[in-house]
Design a binder for this molecule. Structure first.
Ligand code: GUN
Length: 284
């Protein structure tokens, strides 16, 4: 093994320590406690774990938090009226509706009905537009976590060839914009890309977010490249694995994120950061 392991747990802990201190100071100065509301609809077991972890992180940092666990057959109108109430609740500075949603609920409608100032996922078109223009309050949690990890390990994307594999609205597209903002040369690859390996083999930094276990193989990676693995896949034996084939790639890459313990812990930490930012903006 030659690659440096990019330790998301460690970086996450140190960012959370800093956020905890900032939160204490903010509460003392303003008398305001940052508040996050998390809405979960349905019984997706992975989503339930994420929501529980988000709640726990809020308690650790000193936020107020509310969790709404609604049944699978909840009607769209009920979700929209809950969001209308949360939009108007002064105790709540951030609102997150866990995705995916059951099929009777249109995620676009849900995202549009969260006030942009409280949209700590940065999924609302106003916030997406702000990111496009480089004039934002919040960054989407997963790509922001990736950028924070690169920074913590002194990996500067400027002038580098960066390949993002995956073009989702949650990860791939915003990730490409954030790398571009840091002056990388960015290529976005996806399921219709011809000869994917010809792109990934040129990359200095690869961010893979496709949701397929061990999709990125060692022969698709240039020796010395940095590999950031956003995937969290559950194997039939119950173990977690990423989108990158970790063991063989770690023989040739210069640095790689493990799964679990890489990008995952950073995502919730960035959510906490966004919630504190939303609370600060609310008193400005
Ligand atoms: N489901 C998977 N990732 C996310 C995320 O970052 N935010 C929300 N709301 N749901 C998700």
């Amino acid at each position: 093994m030659s690659a440096k392991i990019i330790d998301g747990k460690k970086v996450s802990l140190s960012v959370r320590e800093r956020l905890k201190k900032e939160t204490e100071t903010f509460k003392k100065e303003t008398g305001v406690t940052p508040g996050l509301a998390v809405v979960l609809v349905g019984n997706d077991p992975a989503s339930a774990v994420y929501v529980r972890n988000k709640h726990r992180a809020c308690e650790e940092i000193g936020f107020y938090s509310e969790v709404y666990e609604l049944p699978e057959d909840t009607k769209e109108d009920e979700v929209l009226s809950l969001l209308a109430r949360l939009n108007g609740d002064p105790k709540i500075h951030g609102i997150l509706v866990q995705l995916p949603l059951p099929k009777q609920i249109d995620p676009d409608k849900v995202i549009l009905s969260i006030k942009p100032e409280k949209d700590v996922d940065a999924f609302h078109p106003e916030n997406v537009g702000r990111i496009m223009l480089g004039n934002y309050h919040f960054l989407p949690c997963t790509p922001a976590g990736v950028m924070t990890l690169l920074d913590a390990y002194g990996i500067d994307p400027a002038g580098k060839d960066c390949v993002v594999v995956g073009r989702s609205n949650i990860v791939g597209k915003p990730q490409a914009l954030l790398l571009l903002e840091k002056n990388a040369t960015v290529t976005v690859c996806h399921s219709r890309t011809a000869d994917l390996a010809s792109h990934t083999k040129r990359a200095d930094i690869i961010v893979v977010a496709v949701g397929k276990p061990r999709f990125l193989k060692a022969d698709m990676v240039k020796p010395g490249a940095v590999v950031i693995d956003v995937g969290i896949n559950r194997l039939p034996d119950g173990k977690l694995c990423g989108d990158a084939d970790f063991e063989p790639i770690s023989e040739i890459a210069s640095a790689i994120t493990p799964v679990p313990g890489g990008v995952g812990p950073m995502t919730i930490t960035m959510l906490m950061k966004n919630t504190l930012t939303a609370a600060k903006e609310s008193v400005r």
